[in-house]
Design a protein around this ligand. Structure first.
Ligand code: ATP
Length: 357
């Protein structure tokens, strides 16, 4: 097992002007880790993965597999297994021929090849499917053939680019559990690209959230959810309210902000928050962390309900507090609550967090 390191990696495409597709990215992926590059369309995830695979060379920076510098090595010298969104299978070949393709190129033949193909099909729970034609398989099975084809070469790293995009919602969830099982069993360092935050949260040991070619935050799903670094991360991962509040006092690890006329909160802040008295702080709080109470109770923010949506698991409220709309999600809604009603909101300091712009 080996780790993968990106040091100050940038990529500029010829003719694409001054903007870098990937801009000064530092990532250190541990051996055996399931690591996800997450971000909206065009943020540079695929370009980053392609540099790790060797399909693109960085304009500057270094990429290492373990101690080995692979920055300028061609893809076939890196021992990476790749799985793509569109599977990229050969429709006219059988399952076994598709899986064995990488072995043929590596001149592994005969009984050795047959046993490795069988082993890879077994890993993805497709034992006995070797003679089937690709077009006789479902989408989910085709994606597992693509995974077997990546595993059969016994790669040092597994790279997956939106492998579940072509599957329907239910199959996506089943297949993501399956991919995670296979990855854990094999102990393979895996790098996964997706724009789907729920998928990233469910599958990953750690996530790098990317925006405009840059990494905005790296952390476990819990860290990124509870301690988003920036407004962008707070809003991209789940839903978040971001309030602009005046700073009353600040120290190295916390900031006291005015919530309403007689109400303040002391909120945990990241290092180097740079906030001082009378500045404006951006404070993130998740909809499910806001409590409901009577509008005139002490310490409550009073507001009016402008929207109410029942989703089954929770009820989502939109509440107008002095011109600012807050999202609230709650599993218990007082009987008879309706759009237009006045209501009080409780914002616990422990659930609030200072974010960078
Ligand atoms: P998506 O989820 O839509 O695939 P992404 O996050 O994977 O997006 P990339 O495909 O890495 O994003 O693209 C990052 C930026 O680089 C985009 O602005 C894209 O237009 C640009 N780009 C990607 N490939 C090339 C190329 N071969 N030539 C020029 N520009 C490119």
């Amino acid at each position: 097992m080996i780790g993968v390191t990106l040091e100050s990696v940038s990529k500029r495409f010829a003719g694409a002007g001054d903007t870098a597709a990937v801009d000064d990215v530092d990532i250190s992926i541990d051996a055996g880790e399931f690591f996800t590059l997450l971000g909206p369309s065009g943020c540079g995830k695929t370009t980053t993965l392609r540099m790790i695979a060797g399909f693109y060379f960085p304009t500057s920076g270094r990429i290492r597999f373990g101690g080995e510098d692979v920055t300028r090595k061609p893809p076939n010298k890196r021992d990476t297994g790749m799985v793509f969104q569109n599977y990229a299978l050969f429709p006219h070949l059988s399952v076994a021929q598709n899986v064995g393709y990488g072995l043929k190129i590596r001149k592994v033949r005969g009984a050795d090849a047959r046993s490795r193909i069988a082993e890879a099909l077994d890993q993805v729970h497709l034992a006995g499917y070797g003679d089937r034609r690709i077009d006789q398989l479902s989408g989910g099975q085709q994606q597992r053939v693509a995974l077997a084809r990546a595993l059969v070469i016994r790669p040092r790293t597994l790279l997956l680019d939106e492998p579940l995009s072509n599957l329907d919602a239910k199959l996506r969830e089943e297949t993501r559990t399956e991919i995670r099982r296979i990855q854990r069993d094999a102990g393979l360092t895996s790098i996964y690209v997706t724009h789907d935050q729920a998928e990233a949260m469910a599958m990953s040991d750690r996530i790098a959230v990317m925006e405009s070619g840059r990494v905005r935050q790296i952390g476990t799903p819990q860290e990124i959810y509870h301690r988003p670094a920036t407004t962008f991360v707070a809003r991209f991962i789940g839903r978040s309210n971001v309030l602009s509040l005046p700073v009353l006092a600040a120290d190295a690890i916390s900031v006291e902000v005015r919530l309403a006329d007689d109400t303040s909160r002391t909120v945990a802040a990241p290092r180097e928050h740079g906030l001082t008295e009378s500045a404006t702080a951006l404070i993130s709080i998740r909809p499910e962390h806001i409590g409901l109470c009577g509008p005139d109770e002490p310490e409550a923010l009073a507001g009016r309900i402008t929207d109410l949506e029942f989703t089954g698991m929770a009820t989502n409220l939109t509440v107008d507090v002095s011109g600012q709309e807050l999202m609230v999600a709650t599993v218990e809604v007082p009987d008879g609550l309706a759009v237009g009603d006045r209501i009080g909101l409780r914002l616990p300091a422990a659930r609030m967090w200072v974010v960078h712009p």
